[in-house]
Design a protein around this ligand. Structure first.
Ligand code: SF4
Length: 214
């Protein structure tokens, strides 16, 4: 059953009270390195990406420097990350496109972002939210699960959930909704065994198979 409006308000009020200024767990130095980190994070953990980019971003923080490093050089840094060959190709190609078409800057524009190699709707949403402060919600596996389980924004695919969230998340919470939901899914409402006894929104959640204290 979908969650009711006053419960949705309360749901976000509690998540916001627990963590007023949530941040992405991906490490980055500027908008360009954020974009690269998000591209690398597809089907990989933030921790794994941070380990790989720690050294890389110390010296490579612009598309120009990335092209100078080259695909082989980049591959050496990121080969602990899943799908690294393809990701290295995409990062080099998107860096070239940023230089050729956007003066070396990351564009503040959804269509232009999604035209970059390796950048889909989710990546564009994260960059628009984190770098440009837009109230976008990038639905990943955690947000998809939490939205469906709790009844917050049930939907059969990520686009349906994203559209639903855009309708139901109160304006005051829109900017940070993406991070609150990801962190809630990553640390409390976990995929295999949600920690319902410790969940701050369990009385609002509609999930029928809540876990109980051991
Ligand atoms: S009560 Fe359980 S299922 Fe519901 S949001 Fe909390 S952790 Fe997830």
């Amino acid at each position: 059953m979908p969650m009711k409006k006053p419960d949705i308000e309360e749901f976000f009020r509690r998540l916001a009270a627990a963590l007023p200024e949530p941040k992405t767990e991906l490490e980055y130095r500027n908008v360009y390195t954020l974009l690269v980190a998000v591209v690398l994070s597809a089907q990989a953990t933030d921790t794994g990406v941070n380990k790989a980019t720690k050294e890389l971003f110390k010296t490579v923080d612009t598309p120009q420097k990335m092209l100078k490093l080259g695909e082989a050089g980049l591959t050496k840094h990121i080969k602990t990350i899943g799908l690294y060959r393809n990701k290295a190709k995409n990062v080099i190609a998107l860096s070239r496109m940023l230089i050729e078409e956007h003066g070396g800057e990351v564009p503040h524009d959804r269509d232009a972002l999604q035209a970059l190699p390796g950048v889909g709707r989710k990546t564009a949403n994260v960059v628009l939210n984190v770098a440009f402060g837009e109230p976008t919600i990038a639905v990943d596996t955690h947000i998809f699960r939490v939205s469906n389980r709790t009844g917050l924004a049930p939907g059969k695919d990520v686009v349906a959930v994203e559209q639903k969230l855009e309708k139901v998340v109160p304006a005051a919470y829109r900017l940070h909704a993406h991070h609150w939901l990801i962190l809630h899914g990553r640390y409390v409402c976990k995929a295999r065994k949600p920690d319902c006894p410790a969940c701050p929104v369990s009385d609002l959640c509609q999930f029928k198979a809540k876990t109980v204290p051991a």
